[in-house]
Design a protein around this ligand. Structure first.
Ligand SMILES: Nc1ncnc2c1ncn2[C@@H]1O[C@H](COP(=O)(O)OP(=O)(O)OP(=O)(O)O)[C@@H](O)[C@H]1O
Ligand SMILES: [Mg+2]
Length: 440
């Protein structure tokens, strides 16, 4: 067996014996593994390490060249950073939040990383090695190839993202008729006001022309005065004076509404799933979502807003809007013949902000409450619901490290409560798993 270890520690024989054992264990392990001593020198570099990374043990043993297997230029690897006594905050900062404690051994840390030169993904796990007295004598690092899992995950994530998009487009599709109606209404009166204004302007020009004629022909000031009165009555200039500002104001209001709806729709339909985290006002999000859903809601429910004082939140605003939209539309769908009521409450409790959407609709049985967050669970006819709304909402709230809960009573109504933290870790993971995206 080739000697793949160089014992750089003390000459203590029991220690040497232990080290020898370690050499054998490490070397026969099919998982790429390396060991460093406290001086950051490589003491073990097993055969799997040589095979996978193509760097022979003879090149690195006894040196501080461990980086050669992974990087183009010198930089510390996880084992080096741990040897230097990095604490949790430093590790999180160094790996931009991507590092986590090993699920099995809490004092070991693990990170996933992509190595372009090999076109492979590895999860690397490192832990400190200690002597019997607990003093650090080195660090061990193992690298497990997770490329296959990553590829499958990427494919799945892509498929899921397509699904998210499809769901979003479907909900916009469902709302499109309503939105068209919302826009049509103000456009209708702006159009008729403009017709009236056109007639008024023609009248004004006529008045001007007649005034000019009079001034040219009049013999006395009294004549002018009488003629002016005549024109004023003929053309009903008093009414015109009153009506013009009203018509203009209505036009401004109408175009303002259309502009707002179009803006909300644009915000809402943002299709990039890689939206940036930003500080946003949840009330603004709720209001623009209400605006989008107005047509779906206004014939069936009254909406009561009981907004409290809440700070701006770090979030993915268009995704939260999607959650709100689904909860509002679900609430409207839960109404029977009678006009219903939706109450939206918000508030802050410590370092969390909460949003409650309550309806007095049909309610959800205890049995169904267990299933409503499952993908594709729906009680609605084909075309009205795909059953993805709540499952997606759950995923979005989880991604925000928040919570979504339901309380409901059949025949009385339902409350969905969301709570969200007011702060988020500095860096977010770049990829998201299927579990994160959906509630599965
Ligand atoms: N407020 C509510 N009142 C009564 N039942 C509800 C309420 N919200 C959700 N549900 C029930 O939960 C089911 C799942 O809701 P979810 O939003 O996930 O899907 P969906 O509304 O059926 O379809 P989609 O949202 O994909 O269009 C609904 O079909 C309905 O039975
Ligand atoms: Mg729904």
């Amino acid at each position: 067996m080739p000697n793949l270890s160089v014992d750089l520690l003390s000459g203590d024989t029991t220690q040497q014996h232990g080290w020898q054992m370690l050499t054998q264990i490490v070397d026969s392990d099919p998982v790429p593994t390396l060991v460093l001593n406290v001086r950051h020198e490589v003491t073990h570099w097993n055969r799997a390490m040589e095979r996978v990374f193509g760097v022979p043990a003879s090149e690195v043993l006894g040196t501080r060249g461990q980086w050669r297997a992974f990087y183009e230029s010198e930089r510390p690897i996880l084992a080096d950073i741990m040897l230097d006594g990095a604490d949790e905050a430093m590790l999180l900062q160094w790996y931009q939040g991507r590092i986590k404690r090993s699920d099995l051994i809490p004092d070991a840390w693990e990170v996933e990383g992509y190595f372009p030169q090999l076109d492979k993904w590895f999860v690397f796990t490192a832990n400190l090695l200690r002597d019997v007295h607990g003093a650090v004598i080195g660090a061990i690092e193992t690298l497990v190839d997770i490329t296959e899992r990553k590829r499958v995950q990427e494919q799945l994530t892509e498929a899921q993202q397509q699904l998210v998009l499809a769901e979003k487009l479907a909900s916009i599709g469902q709302l499109a008729a309503g939105v068209a109606h919302e826009i049509n209404n103000p456009i209708g009166y702006v159009h008729s006001n403009l017709n009236a204004l056109g007639r008024y302007i023609a009248d004004l020009f006529e008045a001007l022309e007649r005034y000019e004629g009079m001034v040219r022909q009049a013999e006395s000031l009294a004549d002018v005065h009488t003629a002016l009165e005549g024109v004023r009555k003929d053309l009903d200039l008093d009414f015109l004076k009153e009506d013009v500002p009203t018509l203009v104001r209505e036009c401004q209001e109408g175009t303002g509404r259309v502009k707002k709806i179009v803006q909300d729709l644009k915000d809402f339909s943002r299709v990039d799933t890689h939206e940036e985290w930003q500080m946003a006002d949840l009330h603004q999000g709720l209001d623009s979502t209400l605006n989008i859903a107005a047509n779906e809601l206004k014939y069936q429910v009254d909406v009561v807003k009981e907004y409290g004082e809440i700070p701006l939140l770090p979030c993915l605003p268009s995704q939260l809007n999607q959650v709100f939209l689904n909860l509002l539309v679900n609430a409207a769908h839960a109404m029977g013949e009678q006009r219903g009521r939706i109450t939206i409450r918000t508030g802050r409790k410590g370092d969390r902000v909460w949003v409650e959407i309550e309806d007095n609709g049909c309610g959800i049985s205890r049995e169904q409450q267990q299933k409503i967050f499952d993908p594709f669970f729906t009680t609605k006819p084909v075309g009205k619901g795909t059953g993805l709304g709540l499952s997606l909402s759950y995923g979005i709230i989880q991604k925000h490290r928040g919570q979504i809960l339901v309380t409901s009573e059949v025949g009385r109504g339902t409350i969905f409560s969301i709570s969200l933290p007011t702060t988020q870790p500095i860096a977010r993971p770049q990829t998201e798993s299927v579990e994160e995206l959906f509630h599965v």
